[in-house]
Write a protein that binds this ligand. Structure first.
Ligand code: GLA
Length: 380
């Protein structure tokens, strides 16, 4: 039996728990980042694609804040004054606080959430949620807000309120993606280019769940700031790590100690790779794009030190069995590996990789494919 779509799930959950239908129904996608990892908080480019899998938020007028998620079906009361770290409602509270700062005044609302974006899989379930919430609640308040404003609200919710030192990639693609396109986002300038991509992207889930709050991502971000300071001490005039050119690397790598030299090398080479990858995608050169993905994975594994054995095996096995390329996507330390597979070899590669993973780690990894989906939208 196929599962009900998250839009139907959210609607019937809302109906069951709150006694009438939602006044607004909004969805936003998760994302898979093709390339440009850990560059968005270093002023560099990213190249994400919105998933077809989405998070749906139904909302209706009420005089207090009540929320329910299809995950556990429990209605909880929340208050913008009381942060609930560790619960999914932290993201709702974060959005309420960020909205409050924009002057939005709602006495409360009933909110029901359902999602087909896997959680803790590096596929940005959190930005799907915050962007959908921001659009649903502004809609409920009768306010029209731009996609850029939604990005701001969702980013503030996660960065300032939940406390994850994230960049703006996830919120930007959740708000602005176009179906059938990857999104090249130059975080240094804000420039966005939609690059056509009609093919499929395969996702191999490691089964290793990552939690971003208070974790390694924050530590890496700090290390990047230290690395930038050390580069400036070497006479480099850069606003962000991604402003440093590959030709400047050899001298800096000799001067900087580990691990800062490694973080620097990752960000600078990844910035260069991501721009070349956008060119390869635009030219439909998937073998070249695939090679750049594999280089990107190596850089994450060795220099950024954000991979894990499960992801390394998935990448290595996919490439050995004929994938154009594969790499760990998202923040890392678990999550999912993306693969670009020649269509005629898809079934065989997936079967071989699953079997190798099972032999090594004792369980079958979940594997599925997506095309490039669209950004936030109203569901009715
Ligand atoms: C997380 C963050 C993003 C980005 C990636 C790594 O998903 O939310 O902003 O930094 O990690 O590329």
């Amino acid at each position: 039996m196929t599962q009900a779509s998250p839009a139907r799930q959210a609607t019937s959950l809302f109906l069951e728990r709150f006694g009438s239908g939602p006044a607004v129904l909004v969805s936003a996608p998760g994302r898979v980042n093709l390339l440009g990892e850990h560059t968005d908080y270093n002023g560099g480019p990213v190249l994400p694609v919105a998933l077809e899998r989405r998070t749906v938020v139904g909302a209706g007028h009420a005089d207090r804040w009540r929320a329910v998620s299809a995950q556990d079906g429990m209605v909880v009361e929340v208050s913008p004054d009381r942060m609930e770290q560790g619960s999914w409602t932290a993201y709702l509270i974060g959005v309420l606080r960020a909205l409050g700062r924009t002057g939005l005044t709602l006495p409360g609302a009933s909110v029901a959430v359902a999602s087909s974006v896997p959680m803790g899989a590096g596929l940005s379930s959190s930005a799907a949620l915050t962007v959908a919430l921001a659009r649903a609640l502004t809609g409920l308040a009768g306010k029209k807000v731009s996609a850029e404003a939604l990005v701001d609200i969702a980013w503030q919710a996660e960065h300032d309120e939940v406390g994850v030192a994230c960049g703006r990639m996830d919120q930007t693609v959740a708000a602005l993606a176009r179906p059938g396109h990857a999104l090249l986002f130059e975080t240094g300038t804000g420039a966005i280019t939609h690059v056509p991509y009609e093919g499929r992207i395969w996702l191999f889930q490691t089964g290793v769940s990552h939690r971003l709050t208070g974790g390694q991502l924050n530590q890496r971000r700090q290390e990047c700031e230290v690395a930038l300071g050390l580069c400036r001490e070497q006479g480099i005039d850069a606003e962000a790590l991604a402003d440093i050119g590959v030709e400047q690397l050899p001298r800096l790598l000799r001067a900087l100690p580990v691990p800062w030299s490694q973080r620097l090398r990752h960000v600078v080479t990844e910035t260069d790779r991501t721009r070349r990858a956008a060119g390869a995608l635009a030219a439909r050169d998937l073998p070249l794009l695939g090679r750049l993905l594999v280089e990107g994975h190596e850089s994450l594994r060795q220099d950024y030190q954000s991979s894990c054995p499960e992801a390394d095996l998935l990448v290595e096995s996919a490439v050995r069995h004929g994938a154009w390329g594969a790499r760990l996507t998202g923040a890392g330390w678990g999550g999912a590996v993306l693969g670009l597979l020649p269509p005629e070899k898809e079934a065989r590669i997936v079967a071989e990789v699953q079997e190798e993973f099972r032999l090594r780690f004792g369980q079958m990894p979940e594997v599925w494919a997506t095309k490039a989906g669209g950004g936030v939208r109203s569901e009715k």
